[in-house]
Design a binder for this molecule. Structure first.
Ligand code: NI
Length: 396
């Protein structure tokens, strides 16, 4: 009965939610600057009777829908609000009014889904027994927002957390579910090779930092294949390299910067020491000095088995079995939802936004567009999952 009600409420809200999403789309704000978006979100949540806190995690918003009682556990639902420094080229009538800023990762859809879920759950005839805490986080694109939110205590009392991300390769109306690893751990790497300058004609009197840097890159890429467990994927990309002063001068310093992605926690833990060991051995062999700066980014999103089943079941009941795609592969992209998962188990699903009438532009593309019916797909899935969470939760 509640599912019927959830679907009816969501259907009724559809035009309003599309309007809200279009408002966010034409007023995108960069990471950490989501002031207008946050104020808008807070206004909608307040009008639904939620207890609202602003400026949580800098520019984040938290809305709490109090339960009817009988449960002191809290279910969190997290969505993100920030846009990207991309110049939109969709030609939509509600295109970005902020030049050079675009909702090209669908966070406008996420925010609308979060608000829609709050609207639906706050209007149920029989309120949920426990509290649902809606987290509208800033700065996901710079992998900071979740850390800011957690530092402000948003996970206090939370027993489970759910989230959603749009996915253009899944058609609108469908959702993608994945057990286990969904996204990769992403770390930043900087390697500095320090040699000794000299005349380009007299290499024996110098230590060539450029040649040694080339050996370091080759050794790292080879060692990934030969010394790490091939069933635990890791990708290391050196995306930036600078060094040298003139064509006939042997370089005394090379700086390389890159990103390191991994899925398995064991490999993730091993990577900094593993990289430094390889750099040290190569540099020692040829008389260079080095510095390795390894900066931990966000961990891998590991979806909890119980909550992933709950999401799958909720989606199956609300949307029908055909609407579910079981994802067989994780992504080596990163997502700071993993920061919340250090505090409580959770699961994130993929929301299909693919359209048949358009080429499937990927996320972060200036022509990225979505199937807006996905907003209701997301709302119904999350609202029903929240309802089922309290129904099926093992008694304490
Ligand atoms: Ni995103």
């Amino acid at each position: 009965m509640t599912l019927t009600q959830i679907k009816e409420l969501a259907a009724k809200l559809a035009p309003r939610l599309i309007e809200i999403r279009r408002h966010f789309h034409s007023h995108p704000e960069l990471s950490g600057q989501e002031h207008q978006t946050a104020a808008y979100v807070a206004g909608v949540l307040s009008s639904c009777g939620l207890h609202v806190q602003e400026e949580v995690g800098k520019t984040g918003v938290v809305g709490e829908l109090k339960g009817a009682g009988g449960e002191n556990r809290v279910l969190a639902i997290r969505t993100d609000m920030d846009a990207l420094p991309i110049t939109e080229r969709t030609g939509l009538e509600y295109t970005s009014l902020q030049s050079g800023v675009m909702h090209a990762c669908g966070h406008d859809v996420h925010t609308a889904v979060g608000l829609g879920t709050a609207m639906v759950l706050s209007q149920l005839e029989t309120p949920l027994p426990g509290t649902v805490r809606f987290l509208f986080q800033p700065a996901e694109e710079i992998s900071q927002g979740a850390t800011w939110m957690v530092a402000d205590g948003v996970m206090a009392g939370v027993s489970a957390i759910l989230s959603v991300h749009v996915f253009p390769t899944i058609p609108g109306g469908k959702v993608g579910i994945r057990h286990g690893a969904l996204t990769a751990a992403a770390d930043d790497l900087e390697i500095i090779i320090i040699g000794e300058s000299g005349h380009g004609a007299r290499p024996h009197e110098a230590v060539d930092a450029i040649w040694i840097a080339a050996q370091v890159i080759s050794s790292l890429q080879g060692a990934i294949a030969r010394t790490l467990n091939p069933l635990h994927p890791a990708v290391l990309t050196i995306g930036q390299i600078t060094g040298g002063r003139a064509p006939n001068v042997i370089a005394d310093e090379v700086k390389m910067r890159g990103t390191v992605r991994s899925l398995h926690p064991d490999t993730h833990a091993r990577l900094p020491g593993w990289i430094e060991g390889i750099v040290a051995r190569v540099c020692d062999s040829y008389g260079a000095r080095y510095q390795v700066n390894y900066q931990r980014g966000v961990p891998s999103v590991q979806n909890d088995p119980y909550l992933t089943d709950l999401l799958a079941e909720a989606a199956r009941e609300a949307l029908g079995g055909d609407a579910i795609t079981i994802l067989t592969e994780p992504s080596l992209g990163a997502e700071d939802f993993s920061v919340y998962l250090e505090k409580a188990p959770g699961s994130m699903f993929r929301l299909g936004v693919g359209r048949k009438d358009l080429p499937n532009y990927p996320l972060h593309h200036p022509q990225f567009q979505v199937d807006e019916s996905a907003i209701i797909t997301g709302v119904v899935t999350l609202a029903h999952a929240a309802y089922k969470y309290w129904q099926t939760l093992p008694q304490k």
